[in-house]
Design a protein around this ligand. Structure first.
Ligand SMILES: Cc1ncc(COP(=O)(O)O)c(C=O)c1O
Length: 379
């Protein structure tokens, strides 16, 4: 089988750009390429219109208002902007950060820690959920921000943001959530109504382009800019906006609004088929993460072999050892470590992530390949 015949099962790492998104971006490159800050002439005004149209689509998808969104280069920048911004505005207060966060959040919090800001690293239970007692206890100390992601990128474990926002607000603390993986795995995001204060997301996880993301900041709140310059994005994020990518993000959001329900139903079907098929045909493969508090399409699987060995045999499956962002390093998954999984097991994890684009035959093949590659030696 040739390299190109591999089954793509790494949709949590990135999604292919929808052809309709590409068409939108091409049209902007051809006709809407002006500088959106130059509104004194038509080319600039056209570019500014593309920006505002995209902002409107994304705000509808996220359940917020247009003026609550700031475009960035991706979720990594968004997480840094929120965490470093809030921490620097309240240096005497601690940050509370779940131990299972994406490196974009963990590393930004660690940078704050190195700058002298206290960080309380929130305990995770063996299912991947935060320890609510630990959160309540931590909130007794003056705290500026709690960071808990909505859908974990390694395990798919989900957290209820409305409940978390209430707990934080009762203690006078703000809530941020990295919702990057939730964009295509939730049927109706309502950030404003849930009381979320800040959120970070990225276009390339929802069939949009790479290098484009957004910060949601609840109306009335402020954040110091991470990048200073010409004062674009209401002074919140300087630098000429990536108009074509942002228009692509807007188109991807619009498609998700229109097609999200069918996409999600299909993803749920595939998730069910994959999970049950694996249990039947390869019961020795462990599926990590809470059974019900889990978004569809993300599986962190454990077996008796090291992932390099496992993946070498699984050359037809394009997937990640543990987490895509940690690939290349052979560190055990920090999420599994936080869940108390021993290092020898954590080192053996691979992540399979599906999409509504995944075909039934691919699910069959995935199960077949995993079942045969991973069978423990007998005798
Ligand atoms: C949950 C989560 N947060 C943040 C990121 C970083 O996103 P970006 O690549 O847009 O910087 C990723 C990407 O892997 C992610 O899955």
């Amino acid at each position: 089988m040739s390299q190109t015949a591999s089954i793509y099962a790494d949709y949590a790492a990135t999604t292919p750009c929808d052809p309709r998104v590409i068409a939108t971006m091409m049209a902007v490159y051809e006709q809407g390429w002006g500088n959106p800050s130059s509104r004194q002439y038509p080319q600039g005004r056209r570019a500014a219109d593309h920006l505002e149209h995209a902002r409107g689509s994304l705000s509808t998808l996220l359940g917020c208002r247009d003026d609550e969104l700031t475009f960035t280069s991706g979720a990594t920048e968004s997480c840094n902007m929120i965490i470093k911004g809030v921490a620097s505005a309240h240096p005497q207060q601690q940050l509370i950060v779940a131990r299972s966060e994406h490196p974009a959040v963990m590393a930004a919090a660690r940078a704050c820690e190195q700058a002298g800001i206290r960080v309380h690293w929130l305990t995770i239970d063996r299912h991947g959920l935060i320890d609510v007692d630990d959160l309540q206890e931590a909130l007794k100390q003056p705290s500026s921000l709690v960071a808990v992601m909505m859908v974990n990128n390694q395990t798919g474990v989900t957290h209820d943001l409305a409940d978390l926002a209430q707990r934080c607000h009762r203690a006078g603390t703000l809530l941020m959530s990295d919702i990057t993986q939730a964009l295509v795995r939730h049927s109706s995001l309502r950030l404003h109504e849930w009381g979320v204060d800040f959120a970070a997301c990225s276009a390339h996880k929802c069939y949009g382009p790479q290098g484009c993301g957004a910060v949601y900041m609840r109306r009335g709140l402020g954040l110091p800019a991470l990048i200073d310059g010409g004062g674009q994005e209401r002074g919140r994020r300087s630098g000429t906006e990536a108009v074509a990518q942002i228009a692509g993000f807007g188109r991807a959001a619009q498609l998700q609004i229109c097609e999200g329900r069918q996409r999600l139903e299909r993803l749920q079907q595939l998730t069910h088929a994959f999970s049950h098929g694996l249990q039947d045909r390869a019961p020795w493969i462990q599926q990590f993460g809470h059974l019900s508090h889990r978004a569809p399409g993300i599986f962190l699987l454990g077996g008796p072999q090291a992932p390099q060995q496992w993946l070498r045999r699984l050359t037809r499956i394009a997937c990640s050892p543990g987490s895509s962002c940690a690939s290349g390093t052979h560190e055990p998954s920090h999420v599994l470590q936080a869940m108390g999984v021993p290092n020898n097991q954590a080192l053996n994890a691979i992540r399979i992530s599906l999409s509504h684009l995944t075909e039934d035959t691919e699910i069959e093949q995935l199960i077949e390949l995993l079942a045969h590659s991973e069978r423990p030696q007998t005798g």
